[in-house]
Design a protein around this ligand. Structure first.
Ligand SMILES: Nc1ncnc2c1ncn2[C@@H]1O[C@H](COP(=O)(O)OP(=O)(O)OP(=O)(O)O)[C@@H](O)[C@H]1O
Ligand SMILES: [Mg+2]
Length: 553
């Protein structure tokens, strides 16, 4: 033990004092970063698994009755002065203050200064720090450095302010999603969750609470598409006649919807628009266009000449007819289940998990042709948004949307994706909060995900991320106080993550609970697969499934 004061006034730093919890002293303060010279041995745990100075561990700096809490982001050996002895220097980010009344507040009211002692944060103090969100009684992870300490999460902020889960392939993103959703479903009896599942992984993680819309059962009838969605899908905007086509299709589609309104006495009248979710017969509409396309008219001289729309739709009709025949587009143009106006209610029930005893809908997109995935995402995202826009009881129906492989669904370069999907998802990120729609975006390439979407996410689960471009990109998006922590991202273990944002009281390095059961996302084992010699592959069966696009055969 060494005395804390000396007789010399020039010496500002207190003398080294090694008690159970004193681990070093502050030697530099720079904005929201402090450097701490570590006295304690970083290779020996002070208690159980608390290794002093380990990146991700917490330190406290007592000052004026407050405890300033910081999190270690890096540690190095360095010289304090030229030729001086090597010192262990820990870089820390200031994250908050534990006040004398034991309340934790984010940010620092009183900045620390050099010479102050840095101490270990005890379990008791961690409990006080994490107390703020404990009443939510919701947690899916524990501290990586102290697995006894659960990290309570503010579930309202987590979902309403949107969450991005980023990390390399195999870092544990899908397991993190499954773990969060399993806990949500277990705790809340009335959840409404829609998962866009690109690889057919999630059904295995939710054996009974979930309605699975399998790839070959997904149906999004053409009449549910808004006018813009229909145009994005069917009109080639590079064609010279594209503008003409768009004007005429608008007219034809409005007439077709009005036809249903009057035939079925829906009573919509003037309130019906070209976007209204009202059934129409697509073949009737196309036949109208087909007639205009070949229409001949008499000119002033009484001669029969091609009409104003003659030939305008030549290429459109060829493209449209081939789509109508294409089995990959059957789920839009030849729906089996949702082929009448009254089926809208059933469709909403199934997709929003409404009144059907299920608490989550997993839409398996694994068998859908990649060029139509954008349509599915666009239409469902928009329909969900509009449903709650018109639902005055939306406070009873918060909906969570989960976008797996979001960089494929809403890519950064708008020309790569489906324009309506961008529009619908970006609207959810910008305005969803007010209408009770939250979102989780999962991506292994955050740098390739729409900037509008990711910049609206207030919460991040950053898992192992080794690509420097992606790291840099995420660093720019997270709060300043958490930026230094991302240096840890490349070395995180599988299932380990940095939890950043307003759903946790402070940035934390956590170990996410392994879901039980797990999604079907584990690696195929080469060694095992190549060892078994007994079984012959049923090639015919594979070919049959492939040709019919059915996995149940
Ligand atoms: N919290 C965890 N604890 C321990 N192991 C985990 C954890 N999370 C995931 N794993 C392991 O890592 C494997 C891969 O996880 P997962 O499928 O979630 O990765 P991913 O990030 O979604 O990958 P991809 O981007 O390729 O979809 C899992 O099969 C599981 O065994
Ligand atoms: Mg995954």
């Amino acid at each position: 033990m060494i005395n804390q004061t000396t007789k010399s006034k020039e010496v500002l730093v207190p003398l080294r004092k090694e008690t159970e919890t004193n681990i070093g002293q502050v030697i530099e303060v720079r904005g929201d970063k402090v450097l701490v010279e570590l006295w304690a041995d970083p290779t020996k745990p002070l208690i159980e698994d608390y290794y002093p100075g380990q990146p991700g561990s917490y330190l406290k700096i007592p000052f004026q009755g407050h405890s300033i809490i910081c999190i270690a982001s890096s540690i190095k050996l360095g010289h304090q002065s030229i030729g001086g002895e090597m010192k262990k220097i820990v870089e820390c980010m200031l994250v908050g203050t534990l006040k004398p009344d034991n309340k934790f507040v984010r940010g620092v009211a009183i900045y620390p200064t050099v010479g102050l002692i840095a101490q270990m944060v005890t379990d008791d103090e961690l409990n006080k720090i994490f107390a703020e969100y404990r009443h939510f009684d919701f947690s899916f992870a524990s501290l990586a450095e102290n697995e006894r300490q659960r990290v309570p999460v503010n579930i309202n902020n987590l979902f309403a302010h949107h969450l991005a889960i980023v990390g390399n392939t195999g870092s544990g993103k899908s397991c993190a999603v499954a773990s969060i959703l399993q806990k949500v479903i277990k705790k809340y009896p009335n959840t409404h969750i829609i998962v866009f599942d690109l690889h057919g992984e999630y059904a295995a993680a939710f054996p009974k609470d979930v309605s699975i819309i399998e790839a070959d059962k997904v149906e999004l009838p053409h009449w549910l598409l808004s006018f813009d969605e229909f145009i994005d899908l069917n009109v080639d905007l590079t064609e010279l006649t594209a503008k003409n086509q768009i004007t005429v299709i608008r007219d034809a589609m409005l007439r077709a919807r009005q036809g249903t309104d009057s035939d079925q006495n829906l009573g919509l009248g003037a309130s019906l628009t070209v976007d209204s979710p009202v059934f129409y017969n697509v073949e009737d509409m196309i036949n109208l266009i087909r007639n205009w396309n070949i229409q001949m008219v008499y000119n002033d001289e009484g001669k029969l000449v091609p009409g104003p729309l003659h030939g305008v739709f030549d290429r459109f009709l060829i493209r449209f007819d081939s789509r109508m025949q294409d089995p990959r587009y059957k789920f839009i143009f030849r729906p089996e289940n949702y082929s009448s106006d009254s089926s809208l209610i059933e469709l909403l029930k199934n997709h929003l998990s409404l009144n059907n005893g299920k608490r989550m809908t997993v839409i398996d997109l694994s068998g859908i042709p990649s060029e139509t995935i954008g349509v599915v995402v666009a239409v469902i995202s928009r329909v969900v948004f509009e449903f709650n826009l018109w639902n005055t009881e939306r406070d009873k129906l918060p909906i969570l949307m989960v976008y797996e492989e979001a960089h494929n669904l809403i890519p950064r370069q708008a020309n790569l994706g489906f324009p309506s999907a961008h529009k619908a998802v970006e609207r959810i990120t910008k305005e969803g909060r007010k209408y009770g729609i939250g979102a989780i975006f999962v991506s292994q390439r955050p740098n390739e995900l729409s900037e509008t979407v990711i910049s609206q996410c207030n919460n991040f689960i950053a898992m192992r991320l080794t690509n420097p471009e992606d790291q840099e990109y995420v660093r720019k998006l997270v709060p300043d106080s958490a930026q230094g922590l991302l240096a840890m991202a490349p070395s995180l273990r599988t299932g380990e993550a940095l939890l950043l944002g307003d759903a946790v009281v402070m940035p934390t390095r956590v170990l996410i609970d392994l879901p039980c059961p797990q999604p079907k996302s584990s690696d195929i084992e080469f060694a095992q697969g190549w060892t078994e010699t007994s079984k012959e592959i049923d090639i015919e069966r594979v070919v049959k499934r492939w040709r019919t696009r059915r996995r149940d055969l």
